[in-house]
Ligand binder design. Structure first.
Ligand code: SDX
Length: 384
C-alpha cells in the first residue's frame, strides 16, 4: 500500500498559479510593483482601482476618464432598488445580514448587465467598472432601508469614498473622514490568493461569468475567519468593554484575555496565514484610526487604548499580531459606521482585486481541479 500523498490542509504554502497582480510576503505587500505604504501615502483609491484593473498608474487624463465612467455608473437599475427597499425588513427581522443582501444584489446586477454572459477582456472590464461603481450605492441604499429612511441618491461631485459615506448617512463626510475611508479602501483592495479571491478564480476557471465569481467571493469574504473578522473584532472589543467596564483596567483586560486563551478562543482580527510578524496594513490603518479617535473624543481614544492593550498581550504571550481587520474595526467604529456594514465596505474595495484576478484567470485559463487523499472505506460490494 503506497503511503497517502502528503496534503496541505487549507492549501497552506501551496503555490497554485502565477499572477502579475499582487505579492504578499513577510517583507512587503506589493500591488503591481507598488509597495502598500507608498500607495496608502500617495495614491487615491480610484488610482489604485485603475492600477489593479488596467495594470498601470493612470495619467491625469486616464484618471479623469476613469472617474467619470465610475460616476456615470453609480445609479442602480430600478429592479435592484425595489429589492433593496426590503433590506430593512430582512435585516431587522434577522433573516439576513448586510453581507447576504449585498451578495444577492451582486447576483441580480448580473441579470441586468447586458455583458453578463460575455467573458471577453473588454466585457469583463466594463462589468468590473459597473460593479465597482454600483456596490457603494447598494451599501448606501441598504443602510437607508435598515434605518427606515428614503434612499440617498449618489452624487456626481463626490469622490468614491466620500460618496460611499454620503449615501450611507445623507451627510457629506469631513475631509478627514473621506481620507481615512479612502486609505482603508486602498489597504483592503487586493491580497493575492486569499480565500475569497481564490473562490472567484475557481469559478472563473470553469468559464463561469464575473458576476457569478464575485457572488461566490462575497459569500467567502463574509466568514469571520476572513473578511467578517473586521465586524467580529469590533464585537469582541465590545464584549471586553461590557465585561470589564468603562476603564481600561490592566488586570481586568489580562484576566479577560487569559480566560479567552483557556477557552482556546480565536481572537478576531489577529493572526494571518502568511504574515507571521505582522500585517503590513495594520499599523497604517491603526495610526490613521487613532488620529480620528483623538479628534472624536475620550471614549474613542479609550477604545484604541483597549485595543493596544489586547495587542500587547497577544504579542507578548502568543507572538500573534493584528491583521488589517483589527484596526479596521476600531477605525470604522470611531467613524460611526454601523458594525454590520464593515465587511460590505471591505467588498466595495476588494471588488477591484477580485475583478483583476477574474480577468487574469479568463485571459490565461486552466480549470482549477486539485486532488484529494481518500481515507474512506476500502473497496466493497453493494450486495455483500
Ligand atoms: C483576512 O488571507 C488573506 O490574505 C486574508 C486577508 C485579506 O486581505 O484577504 O488578509 C483578510 O481575512 C485576515 C484574517 C482575518 N481573520 C481573523 O482575524 C480571524 C482570527 N484569525 C485566525 O482564525 C487565524 O489566524 C487565520 C484564519 C487568520 C489564519 O489561520 P491559519 O493560518 O490556519 O492559522 P491557525 O488557525 O492554524 O493558527 C496557528 C496557531 C493555532 O494554534 P494551535 O491551535 O495550532 O495550537 O495559532 C493560533 C491557532 O490556535 N492562532 C490563534 C489566532 N490565530 C492563530 N489563536 C488565537 N487567536 C487567533 N486569532
Amino acid at each position: 500500500m503506497t503511503s497517502a500523498p502528503v496534503h496541505a490542509k487549507g492549501l497552506e504554502g501551496v503555490i497554485a498559479d502565477e499572477s502579475a497582480i499582487c505579492n504578499v510576503e513577510q517583507t512587503a505587500l506589493i500591488y503591481r510593483g507598488y509597495e502598500i505604504a507608498d500607495l496608502a501615502a500617495h495614491a487615491s483609491f480610484e488610482e489604485v482601482a485603475f492600477l489593479l484593473l488596467i495594470g498601470h498608474k493612470p495619467n491625469a487624463s486616464e484618471l479623469k476618464a476613469f472617474k467619470d465612467e465610475l460616476i456615470a455608473e453609480r445609479e442602480l437599475p430600478e429592479m435592484i432598488k425595489q429589492n433593496l427597499k426590503h433590506a430593512g425588513e430582512l435585516v431587522n427581522n434577522k433573516y439576513a445580514v448586510p453581507m447576504d443582501i449585498l451578495r444577492t444584489a451582486v447576483s441580480v446586477l448580473g441579470h441586468l448587465d447586458p455583458d453578463c454572459q460575455d467573458n471577453s477582456a473588454e466585457a469583463n472590464l466594463r462589468k468590473a467598472k459597473r460593479l465597482l461603481a454600483k456596490i457603494p450605492t447598494v451599501i448606501g441604499h441598504m443602510q437607508n432601508s435598515i434605518e427606515g429612511r428614503e434612499f440617498v441618491a449618489p452624487r456626481s461631485d463626490l469622490s468614491h469614498s466620500a460618496n460611499l459615506l454620503y449615501m450611507m448617512t445623507g451627510s457629506e463626510p469631513s475631509p478627514e473622514a473621506e481620507k481615512v475611508m479612502d486609505v482603508s479602501l486602498v489597504l483592503y483592495a487586493e491580497h493575492d490568493y486569499n480565500a475569497s479571491t481564490f473562490t472567484s478564480r475557481v469559478i472563473a476557471s470553469t468559464l463561469g461569468d464575473m458576476h457569478g465569481a464575485v457572488t461566490g467571493a462575497v459569500a467567502a469574504l463574509k466568514g469571520k475567519l476572513h473578511g467578517g473578522a473586521n465586524e467580529a473584532a469590533m464585537d469582541m472589543l465590545s464584549d471586553i468593554r461590557n465585561d470589564i467596564g468603562p476603564d481600561n483596567d490592566a488586570a481586568k483586560i489580562t484576566g479577560w484575555m487569559h480566560k479567552a486563551f483557556a477557552e482556546k478562543r480565536k481572537l478576531m482580527g489577529f493572526g494571518h496565514r502568511v504574515y507571521k510578524n505582522g500585517d503590513h496594513r495594520a499599523p497604517i490603518l491603526h495610526a490613521l484610526g487613532r488620529k480620528a479617535a483623538e479628534a472624536r473624543g475620550e471614549e474613542f481614544v479609550k477604545l484604541f487604548e483597549l485595543g493596544e492593550a489586547v495587542q500587547k498581550i497577544m504579542a507578548d504571550e502568543k507572538t500573534i499580531y493584528p491583521n488589517v481587520d483589527f484596526p479596521c474595526g476600531m477605525t470604522y467604529f470611531t467613524m460611526g459606521i454601523p458594525v454590520p456594514q464593515y465587511t460590505p465596505i471591505f467588498v466595495a474595495s476588494r471588488i477591484t482585486g477580485w475583478c483583476a484576478h477574474i480577468m487574469e484567470q479568463h485571459a490565461n485559463n486552466r480549470i482549477i481541479r486539485p486532488r484529494v487523499a481518500y481515507i474512506g472505506p476500502a473497496l466493497r460490494n453493494w450486495n455483500d
